[in-house]
Design a binder for this molecule. Structure first.
Ligand code: IMP
Ligand code: MG
Length: 182
């Protein structure tokens, strides 16, 4: 049964990726990740806040033992443009030395966060360090980063919902929306 969220969806929001499309793609990503990490008991590291819903859904499509941890970084404040200045607001708790690690991002925009995270996590000597992102904006790259698993390549539009916020709100929307400029 479809769940109606229209009361919290402003008129300027247009569906970019529906709830059903997201779940279908997550199943495919989960199958691929299951194959690649079979028998390795990976640690999945979610990047807070944006990736919490993606991570929660994705791990339920991964059929191998795994652990979960979180890092919180901030580069945006409450604005819609990257400040380019990255701070660690919550460090890693798990010991990833000698482990297979899969970093879970909501969206890769300039690539600066991924570049920062890769450098920071490599210092802990994981045996393997891969990245999965639900969304990727190929046009916006300021640095060359390689992402191992991409849910959807999207245009350069500000998107919200499914964990992604608009001024800290709208994370609870089930689909992903772009905001139509008035
Ligand atoms: P990057 O360092 O520029 O690649 O930025 C990555 C981070 O910026 C993501 O993890 C998001 O938290 C945030 N971000 C980038 N684009 C959007 C967007 O369209 N909507 C919401 N958050 C975004
Ligand atoms: Mg993020």
């Amino acid at each position: 049964m479809e769940y109606d969220q229209s009361v919290i969806v402003p008129e300027s929001y247009k569906v970019l990726i529906s709830e059903e499309e997201i779940q279908k793609r997550l199943q495919e990503l989960g199958e691929q990740i299951t194959r690649d990490f079979k028998g390795k008991t990976p640690i999945l590291i979610g990047i807070l806040n944006g990736s919490f819903i993606f991570l929660a859904d994705l791990i339920r499509y991964i059929n191998t033992d795994l652990e979960v941890d979180f890092i919180r970084i901030s580069s945006y404040g409450n604005g819609r443009e990257s400040s380019g200045h990255i701070k660690i607001l919550k460090p890693l708790s798990a010991d990833i030395n000698g482990r297979s690690v899969l970093v879970v991002e909501d969206i890769v925009d300039s690539g600066l966060s991924v570049q920062f995270l890769r450098k920071m996590l490599e210092a802990f000597n994981p045996v393997e360090l891969k990245f999965v992102t639900l969304l990727n904006k190929p046009e916006k790259k300021k640095v060359d980063v390689s992402i191992d698993y991409v849910g959807f390549d999207i245009e350069d539009k500000f998107v919200v919902g499914y964990g992604l916020d608009d001024g800290q709100m709208k994370r609870n929307l089930r689909s992903i929306y772009y905001i139509e400029q008035e």
